[in-house]
Each structure stands twice: as structure tokens, then as C-alpha cells.
Ligand binder design. Structure first.
Ligand code: PLP
Length: 403
């Protein structure tokens, strides 16, 4: 083993870099999860989580990875043989579909090319054709972490409404929550699925279901087998800030810190920061003469960018060069696009200079790995970042003058 000086650049699209404040919070001695201090801590957490999900309704926390929260969303609301409508936006949508099928659900999987988000018109057409109202839920991934494509959730909600269809609406926000604008209540989502290890800046190990009243009603009739994931037990215990089984106490210390950090920065600023980094990264990619996997600029993700390799060049070989020489981990291509794309994660606890460093590693790596490209991507990103600072300054000046 040789020592690497400086810190590792973890630029995969989650788990993300865990800030020192959160690491120090997690490091505290574990406390009694049935004691008064813990109850008070969790009542505060469960209340502040609502701000991040933009909901007035309950948010349930599981000691599990995101896959657990996917399962919880389905088993709490559906019955064996129920039909659900999903859309093939990428690897994670495909995994959620597999999970649903394993649970005994009938999945209607709208085909996709992994370069576009959910097509609201296709959802509307499918639901309008469902005259017997057999589709019980529409389940989509907001931000496809495998492709860097963000679906237009609000548009999908409108499509469901235009079809006048009563299906539940479930949205996976595992790589968008606390980095890309998302509104559980306003967008009429019934179950929002989320995880700790991305925008929330925590290590992996917690996941979430935000649940609407309609979802809670559905859960009273749902017949899929559930025990560990049962919402009723959770909600009953959560009233006093407790859990039906041993919670991940120290990760909850971290979650408290994460919520404090997000609320101190302000959600709007968090989204603006991610938007700036998304835009700067895309400008770098264009300047390199490369292409993003995301084909529609309206759907470009602000939390990660998936970059297509030129024909004949292997993304994993390129990633290995970057790791070896610059101690930076980039995301690999998953499923159908394995070896064809690499993914730059720009979400979580991340600032302009961290982005500049990450893009420098990519540009140097492209050169070392012999991948055809133009130089100047980093400069294009720096120009974008400085433009943003100048715009911000002149806005602040205008505000001062108008005061
Ligand atoms: C969009 C999305 N959904 C679901 C998952 C699965 O979550 P986990 O790996 O935490 O079980 C991931 C993981 O990266 C994801 O990015």
C-alpha cells in the first residue's frame, strides 16, 4: 500500500463526500433509543424532514438502503397481482421494476432509450386507455442516476390528472432530494422514496418514504405481505419520536446535522448551487467535444452528468487511469451502458473549487488515456462559475440600491 497525500475525490453520484460536521456528529457515543433525549431528537428530525420533502405529511425513516424504501413503498400500498405503470428510464427504473415483479405485481414497463426521462404523453395515453382502472400505481424515478436524466415530475402528475386516473403516484428521489427542486405535496406525489447517501450528505444506511393521505388510505387495504416495512408500526411509534425496532441511532445524529446544514444554507441556495455545477459540467463536456448521455437539455440532471465515450474507447479503462493518477473515483456505466459512459457526480457537500478539481482530473485523464477530445473544458467550466459569481454580485448590488 502506498500513501496518497491529500483527500480522495469521491465523484461518483453517491454515496457522496460526507462533510466533517456530519462525521463528527455520527462519532458521538450511542444513546438509549428508548430514552427521552432520543425521543426529542427524532421528533425534531421527523418535523424538519418535512421541509426537505416539501410536505406537511409524514416522512418515515428506515434503517435500510434505498432499495428497502422502494420495497416499502410497494408493499404498504399494493396487493398481489396489482398492475403498476413504470417507465424504462435507465438502470434504477429497471431494478425497481424487477423488485415489483418479484413481489408479485404486474408491471407495465414503458420502453425507453436511456437518454430521455419519463414521457408524460405516454403515461397519459396508457392511463387513458385503462378504462377499467386496473393500474394501481405509476412509479417513476425522478433523477436517473445511471443516465443523468431528470424526469419532469410535475408534468407526469399533470398527465395523470388529464387522464382523470386514480392511480397512486410514487417517485424515487434517491439522487435528487436536497439537490434538485422537488415538492411532494405541490406535485401531488403519494409516496416519495429517498436515501441518505446523496443530497443529504450522509453515509449509506437510511432511507425514506414520504406518504400522502391517499397512500395511507391505500395501505389500510393493501395485501402484500409486510412486517419490517410496515408504515403503521412506524407511524404509531414516531408520534413520540421512537421506532418499532432498533433505529440507526448514530446515522440519525448525522441526519440531524445534515438537516441543520441544509436549512442553514437554504434549500433554494442548495438547488441553485447544484444547478450551477450541473451547467458548468455540461459546458466542460461540450468544450471537450464529447456528448452527454442525456439527449434533451430540459432534462439534464443537476446532480450528475453521464458522458458518452467516443466509439472504440472504454469508459472503465479511462476511469481506472483517473483513479490511479489523480485518486478520483468517477461513476461507472451501469447495465446497458456499461463501458460506454462515465458519470461525474456533482452533488452533496460540493463547491466551485471541488468541481474545478474534479473536472481537471477528468480532462487530464482524457489526455493520459488517449481519449480523443479538445482541451479547454475546465476553462469553459471556470468561465461559467465566474459568470455566476458576477451575476450574483450585480444582483446583490441592485438589491442594495433598491433598499
Ligand atoms: C435513483 C436510485 N434509485 C435507487 C437506488 C438504490 O438505492 P440503494 O443502492 O441505496 O439501495 C439508487 C442507488 O444509487 C439510485 O440512484
Amino acid at each position: 500500500m502506498t500513501r496518497e497525500a491529500g483527500r480522495h475525490f469521491l465523484q461518483i453520484p453517491g454515496p457522496t463526500n460526507v462533510p466533517g460536521r456530519i462525521l463528527r456528529a455520527i462519532e458521538r457515543p450511542t444513546i438509549d433509543h428508548r430514552g427521552p433525549d432520543f425521543g426529542a431528537l427524532c421528533r425534531g428530525i421527523l418535523s424538519d424532514l418535512k421541509t426537505v420533502f416539501r410536505t406537511e405529511q409524514p416522512v418515515i425513516v428506515f434503517p435500510a438502503s434505498g432499495t428497502g424504501a422502494w420495497e416499502a413503498a410497494l408493499v404498504n400500498t399494493l396487493s398481489p397481482g396489482d398492475r403498476v405503470l413504470m417507465s424504462e428510464t435507465g438502470h434504477f427504473a429497471t431494478l425497481w421494476r424487477r423488485l415489483a415483479e418479484r413481489l408479485g405485481l404486474e408491471v407495465d414497463f414503458l420502453p425507453g432509450d436511456w437518454r430521455h426521462g419519463v414521457d408524460p404523453a405516454a403515461i397519459e395515453a396508457r392511463l387513458a386507455a385503462d378504462s377499467r382502472r386496473q393500474v394501481r400505481a405509476v412509479c417513476i424515478v425522478h433523477n436517473e442516476t445511471s443516465t443523468g436524466v431528470a424526469s419532469r415530475v410535475r408534468e407526469v402528475r399533470r398527465a395523470i390528472d388529464r387522464a382523470g386516473h386514480p392511480a397512486l403516484f410514487m417517485v424515487d428521489t434517491i439522487s435528487s432530494l436536497a439537490s434538485i427542486d422537488y415538492r411532494h405535496d405541490e406535485w401531488g406525489v403519494d409516496v416519495t422514496v429517498a436515501g441518505s447517501q446523496k443530497g443529504l450528505m450522509l453515509p449509506p444506511g437510511l432511507s425514506f418514504n414520504a406518504v400522502s393521505e391517499k397512500a395511507l388510505k391505500a395501505s389500510a387495504e393493501a395485501r402484500l405481505t409486510r412486517s419490517y416495512w410496515s408504515w403503521d408500526d412506524m407511524l404509531a411509534h414516531n408520534v413520540k419520536g421512537f421506532f418499532p425496532y432498533t433505529p440507526a441511532t448514530n446515522l440519525l445524529f448525522g441526519l440531524r446535522e445534515s438537516l441543520d446544514m441544509l436549512l442553514e444554507e437554504g434549500l433554494e441556495q442548495v438547488f441553485a448551487r447544484h444547478a450551477r455545477h450541473g451547467e458548468a459540467t455540461r459546458r466542460a463536456v461540450r468544450a471537450w467535444g464529447l456528448e452527454t448521455l442525456c439527449a434533451d437539455p430540459r432534462e439534464a440532471s443537476n446532480s450528475l452528468t453521464a458522458v458518452l465515450m467516443p466509439d472504440g474507447h472504454d469508459a472503465d479503462a479511462f476511469r481506472a487511469v483517473v483513479l490511479e493518477h489523480f485518486d478520483m473515483s468517477l461513476g461507472n456505466g451501469l447495465g446497458k451502458v456499461q463501458g460506454r459512459v462515465f458519470r461525474i457526480g456533482h452533488l452533496g457537500d460540493f463547491n466551485d473549487l471541488m468541481l474545478a478539481g474534479s473536472l481537471s482530473g477528468v480532462e487530464m485523464g482524457l489526455g493520459l488515456a488517449g481519449v480523443p477530445h479538445r482541451t479547454g473544458g475546465v476553462q469553459a467550466a471556470l468561465d461559467c462559475l465566474t459568470e455566476a459569481v458576477s451575476a450574483d454580485r450585480s444582483n446583490t448590488r441592485k438589491e442594495r440600491i433598491s433598499v
